[in-house]
Ligand binder design. Structure first.
Ligand code: AMP
Ligand code: MG
Length: 325
């Protein structure tokens, strides 16, 4: 059932009492708490099983609230906010005093964004403050893109789950650090690097290892239960066949270039040719392979351009080394 205005008003009251509210955004579902309430923020970390040093994104109803939560808003931040908010862009700024230190993982910077989803915006407007929210999943696993994903994974850990349908973008926001001389992309996401650079009129820095800690940069993040193996697109079908012969229950993300090629596998999903459609479906595909009991997923990464960059980044993280089992 889609959230009603009464559900949203009640959820805002729950936030005000220090409760946790899962809510839809255009990227993925977030697990929100009052960003000024240290105890509420601590519960977010506990429910997610997330290490306390990994900072959260503070969600705001509008750009006019920026100066309440950030210590200093450079001109480049205003230009990016004007063009891309509401939208899947997160800005890292110097921390303002209102945000609980717990929400920034102890850092002197704060990540902020205005999400482009009517339910999220109504919740933020009704609440009035900042809502610190990471993705509403257990730490390290696949982000939720429906309310059902959140209920299945977090259950009673959340006080309210607002249903806003399936997320339009499907991968997380692009994170841009604007505290340095040149804005730096810390995580590729729903706003493409090409669009950011076209708007600013200059190239962005893309640090390989950022000064700040970005959880999405750790090995094995965004990961399904099944292991993920990445190979070049032309090798996906052969790799899947070899794995099947070795006794694996293989799920195949069939790249557009191999569409229609017969593949013997436990499960297969044809990757859409449009990267926007691929991003929208990516996490659901990974969940579907888990539901079907696959133990191995064979896939290839799209080209590192446009939204393909964010998809490739998530697939590489999903394929990253797992903790010793
Ligand atoms: P999630 O990973 O989905 O839980 O969303 C939170 C994201 O925001 C993580 O990738 C964080 O690293 C990032 N983030 C939050 N605050 C900061 C910060 N101060 N500096 C850099 N990244 C941040
Ligand atoms: Mg996450």
């Amino acid at each position: 059932m889609p959230a009603t205005s009464e559900d949203i008003a009640e959820a805002a009251r729950v936030l005000g009492r220090g409760g946790l509210v899962a809510f839809p955004t255009e990227t993925v579902y977030g697990l929100g708490a009052d960003a000024a309430d240290a105890a509420a923020v601590a519960r977010v970390f506990q429910v997610k099983g997330r290490p306390a040093s990994h900072p959260l994104i503070v969600h705001l109803a509008g750009t006019d609230q920026l100066s309440d939560w950030a210590g200093d808003v450079p001109d480049v931040a205003r230009r990016l906010a004007e063009r891309f908010w509401p939208g899947p862009l997160t800005l890292v700024l110097r921390r303002g005093s209102r945000v609980a230190l717990e929400a920034t993982g102890g850092l002197q910077t704060v990540a902020v964004r205005v999400p482009a989803h009517p339910v999220a915006l109504a919740l933020l407007a009704a609440f009035g403050g900042g809502v610190a929210a990471p993705s509403a999943n257990r730490f390290g696993s696949v982000s939720p893109t429906t309310a059902e994903h959140v209920r299945t994974e977090l259950g009673d850990g959340v006080d309210v789950v607002l249903d806003g349908g399936r997320c339009e973008v499907g991968v997380e926001s692009t994170i841009v650090d604007v505290t340095g001389d040149v804005p730096a992309v810390l995580r590729p996401g729903g706003v493409t690097r090409e669009d950011l650079e076209a708007h600013l009129g200059h190239a962005l820095a893309v640090p390989s290892t950022s000064r700040v800690r970005v959880p999405g940069q750790h090995p094995s993040h965004y990961a399904p239960r099944a292991r993920v193996v990445l190979v070049p697109a032309e090798d996906v079908i052969a790799e899947a066949e070899v794995a099947r012969q070795r006794g694996h229950r293989v799920g195949v993300l069939v790249p557009p270039s191999a569409a229609g090629v017969a593949v013997k596998a436990h499960a297969q999903i044809a990757v859409p040719a449009s990267t926007a459609a691929y991003a929208r479906g990516l996490y659901e595909y990974l969940r579907e392979f888990d539901r079907q009991g696959c133990d191995l997923i064979v896939a290839s990464t799209p080209a590192d351009e446009g939204l393909g960059l964010a998809i490739a980044n998530r697939l590489r993280r999903a394929a990253g080394p797992r903790p010793a089992e």
